[in-house]
Write a protein that binds this ligand. Sequence first.
Ligand SMILES: [Zn+2]
Length: 130
Amino acid sequence: MCDFCRIVNGEMDIDLVYQDELITAFLDYEPINEGHVLIVPNVHVGSLVDVPDEAIVRMMWLARKLIKRFEEIYRTDGYTLMNNGGSAGDLDHFHFHVFPRFEGDGFGWLDSGAEHDHSCRIVDLLREGL
Ligand SMILES: [Zn+2]
């Protein structure tokens, strides 16, 4: 059983923010900024494509509520909502990171600097499968 499943089952000492029958949210123990929350589906799945529809809707619902709370509590300049999937992920239990953002807080994209073509071909390929 993974650490997030243990958290969902109440088997780990964490700072619980929210829990219902579909999702669980708790403070990240290594926050980017104070208030950094992880939102996970209660089922163990690794990819967004495997998260049950009702759970992903609930996760987005909670993310929006948390972003509003960040604004109220911190008077934020913005927020970040993100997920890393597959081998880019840090754990094999799907999760959203959501945290408040402030001008000059230093968090941002890590750009490799590599040049990539802006291909019109990919637009057609993406549209075909939708
Ligand atoms: Zn898990």
